[in-house]
Design a protein around this ligand. Structure first.
Ligand code: ZN
Length: 203
């Protein structure tokens, strides 16, 4: 399986990083080894001094597709979950300055913890999904799918032009404003609405 990430899909987040609002989705790939499941801890890597949390809604692809028209894209996922797109911001800044890929800053081992998934039927209006991240009990990020620049369906249509989507692939759909550093000892809790779906520690 593969993991797709989307950069700058929320205006206020693009602004906080000083990046332009994109006119097409910004897509990057993470390897399967980036995943952390079952609330296992995230081990702070020794190659970075600036690991940032980015809480994101995550789509789980449930059928094979390529060149998926946007109007049919909703048939390609049944469940939505939440995850953290951990980013080695120091390495990313260096890569951006040099015009190099983001790959190591986004796709390192453990960079993509994911929680439990919820059925679309249970979530109701997909254009109004509230989600949040708490760090050590304090609210640090709060977002709503209503504020995405590119909708879930637009992301699937765009990404599937380049990459055949397969069952089990994941799409991290971008982070809202409020990204910031984590430290060893932190506890992170991510929620969709008031459902706690992810809860783990940084070690
Ligand atoms: Zn992200």
């Amino acid at each position: 399986m593969k993991i797709l990430g989307i950069g700058m899909n929320y205006r206020k987040h693009a602004a906080e990083l000083g990046m332009a609002v994109p006119t097409e989705p910004v897509v990057f790939l993470m390897p399967e080894t980036a995943l952390i499941t079952r609330n296992l801890p995230f081990f702070y890597p020794d190659f970075s001094n600036e690991i940032h949390h980015e809480v994101e809604l995550v789509l789980k692809i449930n059928r094979l597709g390529k060149n998926i028209p946007e109007k049919f894209a909703n048939r390609y996922y049944d469940e939505i979950g939440i995850g953290i797109d951990f980013t080695a911001r120091d390495l990313q800044r260096k890569a951006v300055a040099a015009g190099h890929p983001w790959t190591i800053s986004k796709g390192f081992d453990g960079a993509a913890p994911i929680g439990n998934f919820v059925s679309k039927a249970e979530l109701g209006d997909l254009n109004n999904i509230g989600f949040s991240l708490e760090k050590n009990g304090q609210l640090v990020q709060q977002g709503n799918s209503a504020d995405m620049i590119f909708s879930f369906d637009a992301l699937i249509a765009y990404a599937s032009k380049f990459f055949t989507l397969k069952i089990g692939d994941l799409i991290f759909t971008g982070t809202p404003v409020g990204v910031g550093p984590v430290q060893i000892g932190d506890n992170l809790v991510a929620k969709i609405g008031d459902r706690e779906l992810l809860n783990f520690n940084v070690k």
